[in-house]
Design a protein around this ligand. Structure first.
Ligand SMILES: [Zn+2]
Length: 492
């Protein structure tokens, strides 16, 4: 360790913008999800701000000198308004200007943030930081793989690390790697050179299953080689109309640019060759519910249906009632649903109180194709204020919540849009999932690790609704590159 302690500033601004979503994202969305002023970051990490607690730890051990900046995250939604983006960006830029001399700047970013005045917010932020601090300061950043990584982002970065896993359970590891490599760069122990390869495809890539599971293990082995500092896979985010949409391979080599380029291409070609087998098998709403009904008859554990597109983590409301209505029509028993975003219905349940029967209209209030509102006389089973579900070490706010019961269905209603990250979404609202036959949740894949031990089968339901889940039909205006599956052979 060098005797000169690196002077480090850190900040985190993150969200994932669904440019097709009708929900807008403004400062109140950041404040409702997560907003920590400098030095106010909680001791627990969030998905994109895991650098904070790790850096604090290094500061405690007297290995660095730390200046903490702002950290904020908004639950994914539609375009950020320009006022909000300018405010957040300038807040961080002013903090850097006032931080005195710095050696390293570390950022916890997502990489799919788009505002109505900027279609590459991360590049805009990093570019402005570079202009302030000059070329000698090291800038490192962590990203989510559901991002659009442009050359403009990479141009001004020394280090980039990206969650390898989806579910992103390795966010702390990713932050640790970014800090380690940035400090080594400062100490002149390495000379990082970043290469990127455009894989020209978009799909979903869960890493808890093959072929991605094997591919990630292979990459981790390659990372152990001398001169290979880091390898990242960008999955891309199909709901963000960005010129840079799509999968990429990013490698960081120590000095060796030639190998970095060839390795990025080699891994990219391998990923492209697997493109048709990467996404999980998906079923229509009707087939998914029928399948669950059949399977649940012979299973001691409940069958899980994941409503993968009505996932607030992808920028939609998370209030679709399509699967619930199918369950009612098919007269399914012992069903639990987590959750439906409906602040008004939650308020009414809280006003009524536990154990009361009320007439309630809930769900499907944000769009015309989310199944339609459900009107029922329901029992308010449990109410709870400021509920947080766990995702690894991170705490995700559900806001005030309630569980309701009718026709042998139990449904969780919440006020802060959030996907189902863990079984907490049921247990904290008094629902015993072991007593259920079928669980319906809103999440693409982050639910997996928590739910897997408690369910017999997982059915991925592709419910057509408000999410732009078919790249061939999405009306992209900014995406000009050819990518699969829009083009069968995008490299021609
Ligand atoms: Zn992600």
């Amino acid at each position: 360790m060098s005797l000169i302690l690196p002077r480090i500033y850190c900040a985190s601004i993150a969200t994932e913008t669904n440019t097709f979503s009708k929900l807008t994202t403004d400062l109140s969305d950041f404040k409702n999800s997560f907003f920590a002023e400098p030095k106010k970051h909680p001791p627990t990490p969030t998905l994109c701000s895991a650098i904070f607690p790790l850096l604090r730890n290094l500061q405690k051990k007297k290995k660095i000198r730390l200046t903490e900046g702002t950290a904020t995250w908004a639950e994914p939604g539609g375009l950020i308004n320009s006022k909000t983006w300018n405010f957040l960006k300038n807040k961080v830029l002013n903090e850097i200007k006032n931080a005195g001399n710095l050696d390293i700047i570390l950022l916890g970013l997502h990489g799919a943030m788009i505002s109505n005045n900027c279609n590459d917010c991360e590049a805009d932020l990093i570019d402005n930081i570079r202009q302030i601090v000059g070329t000698k300061i090291i800038i490192g950043a962590t990203f989510d793989p559901h991002s659009h990584i442009s050359n403009k982002i990479l141009k001004n970065l020394n280090i980039i690390t990206v969650f390898k896993k989806f579910p992103h359970t390795d966010y702390v590891e990713t932050a640790r790697e970014c800090i380690k490599l940035s400090i080594k760069t400062f100490e002149n122990k390495i000379l990082p050179i970043i290469s990127i390869y455009d894989v020209r495809m978009i799909t979903i890539l869960p890493t808890n299953k093959n072929p991605m599971k094997k591919f990630i293990n292979k990459i981790k082995k390659i990372e152990k080689n001398k001169n290979v500092l880091s390898i990242s896979i960008i999955h891309g985010f199909m709901a963000g109309d960005s010129p840079d949409l799509g999968a990429k391979i990013i490698t960081i080599m120590d000095k060796d640019q030639k190998y970095g380029k060839s390795l990025s291409k080699k891994l990219g070609d391998e990923l492209f060759s697997m493109r048709k087998n990467l996404a999980p098998k998906m079923f229509s709403a009707n087939t998914a519910v029928l399948k669950a009904k059949k399977l649940s008859k012979n299973c001691s554990k409940p069958v899980l249906i994941a409503d993968i597109w009505d996932n607030p983590g992808g920028g939609v409301a998370g209030d679709s009632t399509i699967l619930i209505k199918k369950a009612i029509t098919m007269d399914l028993k012992k069903v639990a649903v987590g959750s439906i975003w409906d602040p008004l219905a939650v308020n009414l349940c809280h006003e009524a109180g536990e154990g009361q029967y009320i007439d309630l209209k809930f769900g499907s209030k944000s769009s015309l194709n989310a199944g339609g509102i459900i009107k029922e006389r329901i029992l308010v089973k449990k109410i709870a204020k400021n509920v947080f579900q766990k995702f690894g070490k991170s705490l995700v706010p559900l806001g005030n919540s309630a569980s309701i019961e009718f026709k042998n269905l139990e449904i969780v209603l919440n006020t802060n849009r959030s996907q189902a990250f863990s079984i907490d979404i049921f247990t904290l609202l008094g629902i015993d999932i072991k007593s259920k036959k079928i669980l319906i949740i809103k999440s693409t894949n982050h639910f997996y690790n928590s739910f897997f031990p408690f369910v017999s089968n997982i059915i991925y339901a592709s419910v057509n609704g408000i999410y732009p889940n078919n790249p061939k039909k999405n009306n992209y205006k900014n995406l000009k590159r050819k990518i699969w599956p829009i083009y069968e052979n995008p490299f021609k």
